[in-house]
Ligand binder design. Sequence first.
Ligand code: ADP
Ligand code: MG
Length: 349
Amino acid sequence: MENDVTLAQIEFRNVTKTYGPVVAVNDLFLSVRCGEFLTILGPSGSGKTTTLMLLAGFEAPDRGDIFIAGKSVAAVPSYRRDQGIVFQSYALFPHLNVGRNLEFPLEMRGIKAAERAKRVDSILARVHLNGLENRMPSQLSGGQQQRVALARALIADPPILLLDEPLGALDRNLREQMQSEIKSLHKEFGITTVCVTHDQEEALTLSDRIVVMRGGRIEQTDTPEAIYDRPATQFVAKFLGEANILENPGFLIESEAAQPPGTVAMIRPERICVAALDAPKRVDSEQCQFVTGTVENMIYAGPLRKYHVRVGPTLLVVREHVASGRRALQAGEAARLEWLRSDVRFVAA
Ligand code: ADP
Ligand code: MG
């Protein structure tokens, strides 16, 4: 359609937004590439929604500027920014049926009735809600309402899509289903998408790149793989999943690289193997570090076993796939922990 993805480059330069004493967004530099799915991830209160509101034009920066396709949008009101928006609460018009909800953005753009009807049919098919145009929002499930909200954001074919915790209100199974739906819609439409979430799994699943925010600032921007596997800071490491911090140098840390000043050593629980003392060591044991500890507990979690193993003063978390064939160790049992030295990361403390 008329969707021109070359128009979708977004750039924040020096953007600051305060609410009284609170600096919600602090000197933010951020750029979003054309067609990219970028997720802003961070704990509650880190400034994610404010960032999105600034981009949507519902809030104005105190300082700095936002550019879309190279042009400042400071003077462009939100309804002229040509962005589709989906919020956590479905925000469908409760008194309008699905078809009328979907037509709304088209009416705003002065599109004629016949064309509107055609687009409603086509978008409903794309989100697998064919035939539901006469239902009222209250007659739809949460997942269906969220699909309609997504369809409404996409129907006018905007170059930019903004999502604020779009799946937060859905239960786990539905959320996973909607995640893959959003992903395939993103592929199909090639729309530049900025998504806000506090859910690390959602960010890892959906994004081309992730921006981790903390206290109104960006902590790290990277691909999902890099953010998870090579976190820059301890905060990012812990926000993206479980992280063992290896506190006592020399004893626990034998890394391939020297430890830079101001960093701590970190290893993910799934990078550690736990075995009974008499179990055979790994084949590539030259690259491995071995330490002996005591199992404090084992938590069974379906396909996984999660252990807490004490090594001196340090309690390490180990996650093991049951398919690895090793027997479960019991609380109180002595165990050998093994990991590859190359799996140790140094992250800014
Ligand atoms: P997030 O979406 O990451 O949870 P927000 O952007 O909503 O964070 O909020 C960032 C900070 O700004 C928080 O401390 C929040 O309390 C504050 N804040 C957000 N919106 C307002 C507002 N309208 N008035 C006052 N403070 C606000
Ligand atoms: Mg928010």
